[in-house]
Ligand binder design. Structure first.
Ligand code: IPE
Ligand code: IPE
Ligand code: MG
Length: 246
């Protein structure tokens, strides 16, 4: 029996977050350029998005480019930006066919203008789709996002639009870039690294973490289904004891 058949559709995670890592090593292991790894990573992403729509996962948020990734060699940064532009433009049709809405989080204004424009176009073109929301985290880091949220709340207080006592977890969440999207129940990282690399720190406060040795270009929808099966075997206690859960 495949992993897909083992999934309990009534207990799917609504939101899955993915750290798509290992493109460079995957390519290097085959004596190829890192760019080949990134291009192959796009194939995996397409397959995983399809996996989400196959079974009904509502939100998929993928780490595509971190704030820290700006520190890579300029040639690689440029290549990633070009790959981003070509991919979003090439995929609008498929996104629409599969009823997937494209969304983006991060410091989008820091991206090259062509990226900003094409991203906006692709988001507008897919805005009416509602089977799955695919969010690309671009020039994203969690600490950046949290500081931005603090700044927005401080501004609201300063302008007299909010009272200090109204700042609670709900008010704070609503200033994050993921506002309106439920917190991910499952966070997947490929490539064997056991770290979060500044991704969705607030949102994964109670998320289940899943690590796999597979490099991202080798991760396909069947691997996603395997991660979901693993997730469904876990007991999520949220601080309670086992006997309190039904
Ligand atoms: C993830 O793969 C993609 C991005 C960070 C853009 P990497 O490029 O980090 O690949 P490795 O981790 O060096 O193998
Ligand atoms: C995290 O991967 C960022 C993305 C997948 C976009 P990195 O390869 O940049 O993270 P580190 O350097 O291993 O922490
Ligand atoms: Mg990496």
């Amino acid at each position: 029996m495949g992993f897909k058949e083992q999934i309990d559709i009534s207990r799917l995670p609504k939101h899955i977050a993915v750290i798509m890592d290992g493109n460079g090593r995957w390519a290097k292991n085959q004596g190829k350029f890192r760019s080949f790894g990134h291009e192959s990573g796009v194939v995996s992403l397409k397959d995983v998005v399809e996996g989400c729509t196959d079974i009904g996962v509502k939100y998929l948020t993928v780490y595509a480019f971190s704030t820290e990734n700006w520190n890579r060699p300029i040639e690689e940064v440029n290549l990633l930006m070009e790959l981003l532009i070509s991919t979003i433009n090439a995929e609008i049709g498929t996104l629409n066919k599969n009823n997937v809405r494209l969304n983006a989080i991060g410091d989008i204004a820091s991206l090259p203008q062509k990226c900003i424009d094409d991203l906006k176009n692709a988001m507008d073109e897919t805005a009416g789709n509602d089977s799955c929301t695919l969010t690309l985290a671009l020039s994203y880091s969690s600490k950046w996002e949290i500081v931005e949220a603090a700044r927005k709340l401080a501004t609201l207080v300063k302008e007299g639009k909010m009272d200090v006592n109204e700042i609670d977890e709900t008010a704070f969440s609503s200033q994050l870039t993921t506002t309106g999207i439920p917190d991910p129940e499952l966070m997947i990282r490929t490539s064997g690294e056991h770290r979060i690399s500044n991704y969705l720190l607030w949102q994964i406060a109670y998320g289940e973490l899943y690590f796999t040795e597979k490099m991202w270009p080798d991760f396909m929808k069947e691997d996603l289904f395997e991660a979901i099966v693993d997730y469904q075997k876990r007991e999520r206690r949220f601080g309670k004891i086992s006997e309190q859960l039904n």
